[in-house]
Ligand binder design. Sequence first.
Ligand code: ATP
Ligand code: MG
Length: 417
Amino acid sequence: MNIALLTIGDELLNGDLADTNTQTIARILTENGLTPREAGTIGDDEALIVTTLQRLAAAHKAVIVTGGLGPTEDDRTAKAAARAFGRPLSLNDQALQQIRNRFRTMRREMHPANEKQAMLPARSHVIPNPNGTAPGFSLQSDKAELFFLPGVPGEMQAMLEESVLPRLLECFPDRPDLCRRSLTVFGLPEPEVEGRLGAALLPDTVAVAFNVDFPMVRIKLQARGDHSQRHIDRAELQIRKALGDHIVAIDEETLAGNTARFLRRAGLTLALAESCTGGLIAKLLTDQAGASAFLERSVVTYANSAKTACLQVPVQLLEQHGAVSAETALAMAKGVRITAGTDIGLAVTGIAGPDGGTPEKPVGTVLIAMSDATGERVAPYHFPGNREQVRQRTACTALDWLRLTAMSRLGSSDRKD
Ligand code: ATP
Ligand code: MG
């Protein structure tokens, strides 16, 4: 689509601030079949804003600009827009009224500097700002319609969705149907995922892209035109055949969210005994609202003495096999399950590094154990990577065990919402 994005602000160029506005706008536009053609960032330099606006307006049908609409001296966008298109700045009554109303509803005195925010290029249309003082504005140049929004992400997004998007949908009526889906894969390296998909028969109408969001791989599917939804559904089916249970989440879902959802739905209660993850598994599960329905406790037992005191792991067993051993992991899982009286006890113990490895048990050695009414199991892992990566992988692998356990208790129809 012939749309350009421009974000303005020195803080975006000196490393102080990540430009999330471009990402948010690109995502919202793309979801509506309006992927922009160009995006850029410049500093608070009035002359450069003028020439950039002129260049973008000559080459595109729509230009969306964020930043620099505030009341301070470094907010120069309105002035630059006026210069770029030969329109004098003048006090816009509608904009002034909006700013006054905003201060009234906040029960705050309006600072005279805020009047500057109502100085807009002549013949601009005001874009209401439901979440802040700075009104946005749009103006029509010879070839393009330009939309100016504040930099504050929450204000920008509301104005984009409420005012700019409806206008763009009018300007670009010939949008192809666009359907997108994202599949989150865990437990397979990216080349393996790519290899398996290469052998799967995916419809050639569906574009496939990969990106790594450690420790997950995301498969992004996109199809345009008639029946795009049906083509995406068919591609998902083929990918499920190739990757099976390694697909842990779809679109906005997460591994932890789905694990929590399935545990709740299966009516299973859980107690955790964590060593090398230091509570990370519990953190990821309690990020989910309603975790109290299934999570009874998580005990962080870092020292051997804690494993004995809290989980009844025998001193002799620890001395004989060491803290990072299948025997200890199993004893931790059983111990936490019995003391908590839950359906499932799950334990992790390992060496996250960078120190503490030995030739027999190098850094990255992790044991995960689970105990429930049907029995117990334990598995050794050798995770590559630094301390943070070993801990992340351990936590995600443990969550995946729980997800698969809960899923196996549910019929396939119960797994869906
Ligand atoms: P204000 O009235 O707050 O001055 P403004 O329209 O002048 O609004 P800026 O001064 O450019 O906007 O930015 C205000 C704040 O919004 C910045 O300090 C920053 O926190 C955030 N912001 C600006 N641009 C972006 C961006 N592209 N991505 C993410 N955040 C941004
Ligand atoms: Mg500002």
